[in-house]
Ligand binder design. Structure first.
Ligand code: PRP
Length: 186
């Protein structure tokens, strides 16, 4: 349970590690059924989605392959601007592959929209999106999400891969960042 370690006392758990694992297992099972008899190529968006990717991968029974892309979103205040820089591109071609893009959170949708357009230009056989968290109240750009772990309200969250200034990614739970600290990110 988060909040037990020194310096993390203020953090309140929104989803426990057990709840997350249960949901990840459900999503993996859904993917296994929908892609039965095929192989799936998972593209993980670094850095936040690394833990979600690792867990979902562990539960999949399909033939799988994995690649990573790292993006940096220019921000205007606390909101991404939609201007995205690729800091690490994929190592392998996705042409003709059944691709699932794996994200940790979709907020404005600007980053995901950019990434989907980029990947579609590379001619995958199919492209679907799995996100651990969806924050629809913040959406600027409509995006199609195929697998969603949890829908959350407009609150800054950390843990299970998600960070605040690169901290808290190691928390096993997904936690709410207290308002006082959140206001410092603007
Ligand atoms: C997060 C997340 C998405 C993006 C979503 O990345 O992984 O890529 O923000 O925001 P949007 O819907 O408003 O575009 P972040 O910039 O926090 O980087 P990180 O994954 O390296 O922590």
């Amino acid at each position: 349970m988060a909040g037990e370690k020194s310096g993390e006392k203020k953090l309140k758990s929104l989803f426990t590690a057990e709840q997350i694992q249960q949901r990840v297992r459900q999503i993996a099972s859904e993917i296994d059924q929908q892609y039965a008899g095929r192989s799936v190529h998972l593209v993980c968006v670094l850095k936040g989605a690394c833990i979600f990717l690792a867990d979902i991968l562990r539960h999949l029974r399909l033939e799988t392959s994995v690649d990573f892309i790292c993006v940096w979103s220019y921000e205007q205040g606390a909101t991404s601007s939609g201007e995205v820089r690729i800091t690490k591109d994929l190592d392998h071609s996705i042409a003709g592959r059944d691709v699932i893009l794996v994200e940790d959170i979709v907020d404005t949708g600007l980053t995901l929209n950019y990434l989907c357009q980029l990947l579609l230009r590379r001619n995958p056989q199919s492209l679907r999106v799995a996100t651990l968290l969806d924050k629809p109240s913040r959406r600027i750009q409509p995006v199609k999400l195929d697998y969603v772990g949890f829908e959350i309200p407009d609150h800054f969250v950390v843990g299970y891969g998600l960070d605040y200034q690169q901290r808290y990614r190691n928390l096993p739970d997904i936690c709410l960042l207290p308002d006082a600290e959140e206001s410092e990110r603007v």
